[in-house]
Design a protein around this ligand. Structure first.
Ligand code: ADP
Ligand code: MG
Length: 880
């Protein structure tokens, strides 16, 4: 839904464009005012927003009575100026006083923590510092335990205690932003930002060449990189667990004192350290393998922070190879939320924290804000400089939340703006209209072996309508596994051929390409002129001779439809007249590959397809450069897949069940989250190890294959093809099996450690079975004792709707899983857990409002934004 302000801006612009004749809307602006007022008031959140709405309504009502073009011109200019914040409110309407509005309605949803509940929301930092914490320790006295021992092991950088002192608290603006700061002129803002980008990390105290190299390994070369290098997580020293509250199976952080450290030998002769630690409530054992030097680090009595999985071993609590850190006394004293950054070899946590602290202190206030003032005041987002301080060194949970909200909004807003700009660029190039008549389309549909679903028909209608235009189509076809996207694509490709053009379909693997070639060939034969359509397959397996022949056929136009893999975007491929490019499983391809395929024609129409369900709200941002069609219907007559969540004790029975299915001639998938057991996640079944066990012990009479992401593409293809031919009974796999491989004979999929996957991804796995005539089963094995995980998995038993599952995932686990699927560069949304529906909608609304008013970002207050947006687009290196 567009925002009320966006609608108003559009109408006012239209009124401008049509010469101020009060014709932009039927009935005139005065009648529009009445409808608009309701929406606008509903969306308003602060008194001055309501004042603005009332003012606009009265102007709109008075518009008709203005009898000169000049007066109307002036009225429209004024209204646009007010909406965009260029013109301040008239004198009669005072701006809301900065300190009187409690932030309750628009505040973040997190309930106040007990320690914050008594604080007035606005002066938290001051009261926290003054009343709740001891005087800051003078720097000279800070000598955290373990400091001396650090030196030997942490490399060249010694710690200077001074720099580790907590940063000065900044006032919390919350939603009281006070008087807007005068915006910098765009060129000055750009110059400042570029400067931060060009300032090398070596300007920081004690950062020399060696340290700079380490930082570079983390992708940090400039001060700008440092500023936006958000913590990977936080250790909350205000709310840690005590040992007596630990629960086995949970990853927890504790602060403990070291009682003893002894060297032991494992049975195989491997030495390890056995440490006993305690706090005031209980004792715990901790073992460290392969880090014998820690013996010197952990002295009796030293305070350590341990973070790891809690296990129960012979009735005792224990952790194995937890992440650890010496306690820094100042953190304990101030009860801070401490940032934890990604590290690299030779870069200690405290060193990194010191560097970040220095960066923030010296540079955070120099970052110019690119958000136009109008957006800032409408959204009530925190100040950018303040947010940068707080994201790194938060003074409270509330502050951290507000900072996250602000910075996540920025990512979403810039991304959305960039996508809209990209779309505008594409659409400004003339396309090639492809028009087919009903005399072709209707018999084609009638000849299909099934009735198209309503959703398929709607998709076809939308796609053909797009293709008929002289603007190139850019459409995303999203539909659950098995929803019948191939038939829709086949009809679109047929239409292109019918109109005298060529069509190409690119899939991520040869197996998929071969499957598509078979089904598309079969489908196109049913078109009225189908027997004349030349369909060919081009993959990495195509012989040299055939490839040359295909190249020639594509160049002279004798081949109408080409289906293939990356082989389609090789240099030798040239089309005579590519009219439609289709990309399947689009998230497997980068933006560049999409662009390369497109560039093989003259602005061909583009259809990208995905089976990855993404909540609609989020899709509208992630794919704002595309139009969206969703097939939300599965063809009738499918037997739903029987899904069960089971515990570890039932696993043997599940194996028995798999054997019985294989005895009936069926095949099975067994999926594990990781390739190899890592020391960190040693409770995770690893595909490689488990493959050994399963093939030698449990399923020694069956034929078992292994598939994982570290195999080469051709090794992977070989295994999958062997399985697809029925020459393997069981395929043991990591998550790579997710790609739409079609093995109709497979009837069981068993997924280990199911709680580690997102629901949408589990749903994708589940879609690997149930593709044939056989009743199919999905078994989710989960050891998770927590009811949260159980409940989440339960959703898979209850629903087969991928979009519903994606929504649930989003609510329960945040957007991380979903955004992780978008593999076009991880840096786009760094604070994934904060990407919530409310924020996504807000960013969309604001980006669209700015875009509606100024699509070229030509206004002075949008120039810096334009610069940032272009930087993102350049970075994505889209060739189109
Ligand atoms: P996906 O959307 O996952 O790519 P496919 O296009 O591979 O799905 O279709 C899955 C199966 O459903 C195919 O065997 C296809 O022939 C069949 N199919 C497609 N549309 C219909 C329909 N309307 N009614 C019945 N079966 C259909
Ligand atoms: Mg498909």
């Amino acid at each position: 839904m567009p925002s009320a302000l966006e609608t108003l801006v559009k109408i006012l612009k239209l009124e401008q464009d049509t010469g101020y004749r009060n014709t932009a809307v039927i009935g005139g602006l005065q009648s529009f005012a009445n409808n608009w007022a309701g929406d606008a008031h509903r969306q308003a959140r602060r008194p001055e927003h309501h004042q603005l709405v009332d003012e606009m309504v009265s102007k709109l009502r008075g518009y008709e009575a203005l009898d000169t073009i000049e007066a109307r011109h002036e009225a429209v200019r004024y209204m646009l100026g007010r909406v965009t914040g260029r013109i301040p409110p008239p004198d009669g309407l005072p701006p809301a006083p900065p300190d009187e509005q409690p932030a309750e309605e628009a505040g973040p949803p997190e309930p106040p923590a007990p320690d914050e509940a008594a604080m007035p929301p606005d002066e938290s930092s001051v009261s926290l510092a003054d009343e709740n914490t001891p005087e800051p320790t003078p720097p000279a006295e800070i000598e955290p335990p373990g400091e001396r021992a650090d030196e030997g092991d942490e490399g060249e950088e010694g710690e200077d205690a001074e720099a580790s002192a907590p940063p000065a608290a900044k006032p919390h603006p919350g939603f009281q932003r006070g008087k807007p700061r005068p915006a910098l002129p765009a060129d000055e803002a750009i110059a400042r930002f570029s400067q931060l980008q060009e300032t090398p990390v070596t300007v920081l105290h004690k950062v020399g060449e060696k340290m700079a190299e380490k930082l570079e390994r983390l992708g940090l070369t400039s001060i700008r990189d440092m500023l936006f290098n958000y913590p990977a997580r936080y250790d909350d020293y205000t709310r840690m667990r005590t040992l007596n509250k630990l629960r086995p199976g949970e990853v927890t952080t504790v602060i403990v004192a070291v009682q003893s450290v002894v060297r032991r030998q494992a049975r195989g002769g491997r030495p390890y350290l056995m440490m006993t630690v305690d706090d005031d409530t209980a004792k715990m054992r901790v073992t460290f393998f392969g880090q014998m030097w820690l013996e010197r680090q952990f002295r009796r009595g030293s305070q350590v922070v341990l973070s790891g999985n809690v296990e129960l071993f012979r009735g005792e609590l224990m952790m194995t190879n937890p992440e650890w850190e010496m306690v820094e006394r100042e953190h304990l004293h101030t009860g801070r939320i401490v940032p934890v950054y990604s590290l690299t070899k030779g870069l200690a946590a405290r060193t990194m924290r010191r560097l970040m602290n220095q960066t923030i202190d010296e540079y955070a206030d120099q970052v110019p804000d690119y958000l136009p003032e109008s957006v800032l005041s409408r959204t009530e987002l925190a100040d950018l400089n303040w947010a940068l301080h707080q994201i790194h060194f938060p003074e409270s949970h509330r502050a951290l939340e507000d900072a996250r909200t602000r910075l996540t909004f920025d990512d979403l807003f810039i991304f959305q703006s960039a996508m809209m700009r990209q779309r505008r660029a594409w659409q400004s190039a003339p396309g090639q209209p492809i028009v087919v008549g009903d005399e072709w389309l209707e018999p084609f549909k009638d000849n299909l072996p099934f009735d198209l679903t309503t959703a398929q028909r709607r998709a076809i209608r939308e796609i053909l309508a797009d293709m008929a235009k002289d603007v190139p189509m850019n459409r995303l076809l999203q539909g659950d596994v098995g929803s019948g996207k191939t038939a829709v694509a086949a009809i679109a490709m047929g239409a292109a051929v019918r109109a005298g053009k060529q069509a190409a379909l690119m899939a991520p693997t040869s197996i998929l390409a071969e499957q598509h070639a078979r089904s598309v060939t079969d489908l196109l034969r049913l078109a009225p002129d189908g027997e004349h359509m030349q369909v060919r397959l081009l993959t990495g397996n195509t012989s040299e001779a055939e490839r040359q022949e295909i190249y020639a056929g594509l160049a002279d136009g004798s081949i109408d439809v080409i289906i293939g893999t990356h082989a389609l975007i090789q240099e030798g491929v040239q089309f005579n007249a590519l009219g439609l490019a289709v990309i399947d499983e689009q998230h497997r391809f980068g933006v560049e590959q999409r662009g390369t395929l497109r560039s093989k024609g003259t602005n061909p129409h583009l259809l990208v397809m995905t089976a990855t369900p993404i909540p609609r709200t989020l899709a509208l941002t992630l794919y704002a450069d595309l139009d969206l069609t969703i097939i939300d219907e599965i063809p009738p007559g499918r037997t739903p897949i029987d899904t069960r969540v089971i515990g570890l004790s039932e696993r043997e029975r599940a194996y028995g069940f798999i054997q019985s299915q294989i005895a009936k001639g069926r095949q099975a998938f067994i999926v594990y989250p990781l390739v190899e057991a890592s020391e960190k996640l040693d409770d995770v079944g690893a595909a490689t190890d488990e493959y050994e066990r399963l093939s030698k012990e449990v399923f020694h009479q069956q034929r078992v294959g292994l598939l994982h992401g570290r195999m080469t593409p051709s090794e992977k293809e070989d295994v999958m093809a062997t399985f697809a031919r029925g020459e393997l009974d069981i395929l043991v796999s990591t998550s790579v099996v997710e790609v739409g491989i079609d093995v109709p004979n497979a009837s069981v999929i068993l997924i280990e450690n199911a709680e580690r996957f997102g629901l949408a991804q589990l749903h994708q796995f589940r879609g690997r079975v149930g593709r044939g005539a056989h009743k199919s089963f999905c078994i989710l094995v989960s050891a998770a004792p927590t009811s949260d995980a159980q409940q989440r998995l339960q959703a898979l038993e209850d629903t087969t709707d991928g979009f519903k599952l994606a929504e649930i995932d989003w609510k329960l686990r945040g957007a991380g899983d979903i955004l992780g699927l978008r593999q076009s560069g991880g840096a786009e949304f760094r604070l994934t857990e904060a990407v919530n529906p409310r924020l996504v909608e807000l960013a969309q609304r604001e980006a669209r409002t700015v875009y509606a008013e100024d699509p070229d970002f030509a206004a002075p207050e949008h120039q810096f934004l334009a610069w940032r947006v272009n930087a993102l687009l350049d970075w994505r290196a889209d060739v189109s």
